[in-house]
Design a protein around this ligand. Structure first.
Ligand SMILES: Cc1cc2nc3c(=O)[nH]c(=O)nc-3n(C[C@H](O)[C@H](O)[C@H](O)COP(=O)(O)OP(=O)(O)OC[C@H]3O[C@@H](n4cnc5c(N)ncnc54)[C@H](O)[C@@H]3O)c2cc1C
Length: 308
């Protein structure tokens, strides 16, 4: 029985009754631009902290545009919360020396986990041009970071293949290079059907990659925006999803419920296929991720356990 068959087989019966909550979760945030956004971020962090995430991560804006803000947010999480904070770092528009400097500052701030990425070109639709003295891609960045400090390093993976990859196989070869260079886990681009993840996981295992592959879960709060993002990053948006969100533009509360239901069902299918680690793209909002974790059986930990 394949994992997909197993997932389908197990879905007979109540989907969310009495789940063990034996999960590891992580949450991704973006660095806030305004005071209001800052409040929203910290409120989300406060809400999600009791779920004891394995780590939380903060993204790095295109072209390094959020260098300061990412650093300040990650450093504050490290300083003021019991959470393990991870900083995203990209190769775009920076020399190796500049990136090394950013990495050193993280190390000095007590940050021990980097999500190492190539990054996208500052102008959407143009080809990535490495800085003349920069890292050419994420694999080189991982290698550079490894030499510098003993960071824990996560990298990106693409169940539906990165849009610029020559082929699915060359994208897997690239993932292997990133792991061989010293990354310990890969977090995937978002996807909407569990089969995409299961197929990818099988291919990755067949390629001899044994690092953990964590599904990136994007709860859909704005369907039009997700469609745009999906088109850019090669994620398939199934037609049935469009039909489900159709007519909900003027019904934000109903849309939230539909969104949570779909993302929870995706996670439940992944869980039934053996997945126990989930990375949530929170977009700095806690409620959808919190609801999904709750449905999967995760409950708040007491403060003493969090500090342990
Ligand atoms: C979990 C996650 C978090 C992210 N966070 C951020 C963020 O904070 N900031 C941001 O700007 N972007 C972020 N991104 C987006 C990411 O930067 C883009 O997807 C980018 O286009 C590729 O980054 P990468 O690290 O996967 O690149 P790489 O692993 O370097 O790969 C880039 C492309 O080059 C190909 N390639 C690499 N080496 C070779 C080779 N030797 N031969 C042939 N082909 C090769 C790969 O197959 C792929 O198509 C994130 C993505 C994910 C999945």
């Amino acid at each position: 029985m394949t994992q997909i068959d197993r997932a389908q087989h197990h879905s007979e019966g109540p989907l969310y009754a009495d789940l063990a909550g034996d999960l590891n979760v992580s949450f991704e945030f973006f660095p806030p631009k305004t005071e209001k956004m800052e409040e929203q971020l910290w409120s989300a962090i406060e809400t999600l902290t009791p779920l004891a995430p394995k780590f939380v991560s903060v993204t790095y804006g295109a072209g390094g545009s959020t260098r300061e803000r990412t650093h300040n947010t990650v450093a504050r999480i490290a300083r003021e919360t019991p959470l393990a904070a991870a900083a995203h770092l990209t190769c775009v528009a920076a020399s190796k020396a500049e990136i090394d400097e950013v990495a050193d500052a993280y190390w000095e701030a007590g940050v021990r986990h980097i999500v190492a990425l190539r990054g996208d070109p500052p102008e959407a639709g143009t080809a990535f041009q490495p800085h003349p003295d920069g890292y050419k891609g994420a694999a080189e960045l991982v290698e550079g970071l490894r030499k510098r400090h003993d960071f824990e390093i996560s990298v990106a993976a693409y169940p539906e293949t990165h849009p610029e990859a020559q082929s699915a196989q060359s994208d897997i070869d690239n993932l292997k290079r990133k792991i061989d260079a010293g990354a310990t886990r890969a977090i995937t681009q978002f996807f909407f059907e569990a089969d995409s993840f299961f197929r990818f996981r099988d291919t990755v295992a067949a390629a001899g990659i044994d690092a953990e592959i964590i599904p990136g879960i994007m709860p859909v709060s704005n369907f039009a925006a997700v469609q745009r993002m999906s088109a850019m990053c090669n994620t398939d948006v199934p037609a049935w999803m469009g039909r489900l969100f159709d007519g909900l533009d003027q019904h934000p509360a109903a849309r939230q419920l539909v969104s949570a239901t779909l993302a929870a069902e995706l996670c439940r299918n992944l869980y039934m296929g053996g997945v126990r680690d989930f990375h949530f793209y929170t977009l700095n909002r806690a409620e959808l991720s919190y609801a999904i974790c709750h449905l999967l059986g995760l409950r708040p930990q007491v403060a003493a356990e969090l500090m342990a």
